[in-house]
Design a binder for this molecule. Structure first.
Ligand code: NAP
Length: 320
């Protein structure tokens, strides 16, 4: 099969399209014919070799994919050859024509959702769900600031939050991004590259502030977040790309809590809840994955540059 192969950690250019052996599913796995693969920022961190998850070399990148079951292992009972699925935790890299995945790490892809959309589901939607419902424990009627709402996790968070009857304030750094955030149902949209946008957010809440912040760039925003956080507010740190100086007193005055989140830490019962919620949301249509940019598998290098260097606009997917 054709697959992207990384033989040395480093810049995007370490990724090459090669012919490698198709993986063989074990008794608990299925073989998925990948139709599209999702490109997540975490794929780029892993590729550098400096991230918490460090695969043995050579490896094929990619966590998210959607496709059709080609073959099943002997212990597989709920899924069959020909089923449309999306991967929640693939057992081999998804930037490839085929990947293997345990049955328990697959979610059926409802007929109303395309393979490209399905490829952009798991990491963003699971992360956004975990941030809102399992960490911040949001309640209907509360106001959430999705600080970085134009990307994969952000658009997913808007859709979950609107379905849960929250008031949503979203931010983006471009006009296209702001338009996308508004189209997803955000009640208010602000530009996080503008100087006084935090004042505008505070005004939108009549000076009260927001109960919840889902934070995509904590090293830039964590201190400023306290300017717009309501008393007893909760901040969930989803994204972070550096360090900052922080005075813990900020949390005291507002009785605020800060929750860290890494999707791969979700315990099995919470993961099961996430799988069920995603299938339900996709089937009912209140989750509607936004594919922003498409690349061919051979252009994975360009896709990795794009996901880190350009303004976000929904998900980036590789068409296979
Ligand atoms: P993405 O699609 O590339 O989107 C990045 C988002 O961050 C965009 O909305 C972008 O807005 C926004 N952003 C840029 N500058 C910002 C600023 N100064 N303040 C607020 N937001 C800003 O990435 P993603 O897939 O949504 O992931 C978002 C972050 O969460 C990444 O850092 C990713 O690694 C992390 N993540 C963590 C977990 C976890 O388990 N903790 C899981 C998934 C993702 P513009 O481009 O419009 O400026």
């Amino acid at each position: 099969m054709k697959a992207i192969v990384v033989k040395d950690f480093g810049a995007p250019e370490v990724m090459n399209l090669e012919e490698i052996e198709t993986p063989e599913p074990n008794e608990d796995q299925v073989l998925v014919r990948v139709k599209a693969a999702g490109v997540n920022p975490v794929d780029t961190y892993i590729r550098t070799g400096t991230y918490a998850q460090k695969p043995d070399l050579p490896y094929t990148p990619g966590k998210d994919a959607a496709g059709i079951i080609e073959k099943t292992g002997g212990n597989v009972t709920k899924l069959a050859v020909g089923d449309r699925v999306l991967t929640a935790d693939a057992g081999s890299g998804t930037y490839a024509e085929f990947c293997v995945c345990e049955e328990k790490h697959l979610i059926k892809l409802p007929g109303n959702v395309s393979f490209e959309q399905g490829a952009g589901v798991f990491v963003p939607y699971a992360t956004a769900y975990r941030a809102l419902f399992q960490k911040a424990k949001v309640q209907a009627g509360e106001t959430v600031l999705i600080h970085g709402a134009s990307g994969g996790v952000g658009t997913a968070a808007i859709q979950w939050a609107k379905n849960a009857d929250l008031t949503v304030i979203g931010t983006a750094g471009s006009e296209e991004g702001k338009r996308l955030v508004k189209e997803q149902g955000a009640d208010f949209v602000f530009d996080h590259s503008r100087e006084n946008y935090l004042n505008e957010i505070l005004e939108a809440t009549n000076g009260k502030g927001v109960e919840i912040i889902v934070e995509m760039l904590a090293n830039v925003n964590l201190v400023k977040d306290f300017d717009v956080l309501a008393k007893f507010g909760r901040i969930v740190v989803v994204g972070n790309r550096g360090s900052l100086e922080f005075n813990p007193r900020l949390t005291m005055g507002k009785d605020a809590s800060i929750h860290g989140l890494a999707l791969f830490n979700a315990p099995p019962d919470e993961m099961r809840e996430i799988h069920e919620a995603i299938f339900d949301g996709l089937s009912k249509g209140f989750l509607n994955p936004i594919v922003g940019k498409r690349f061919a598998l051979a252009d994975a290098v360009k896709a990795h540059h794009e996901v880190i260097e350009s303004k976000a606009l929904g998900k980036i997917v590789l068409e296979i």
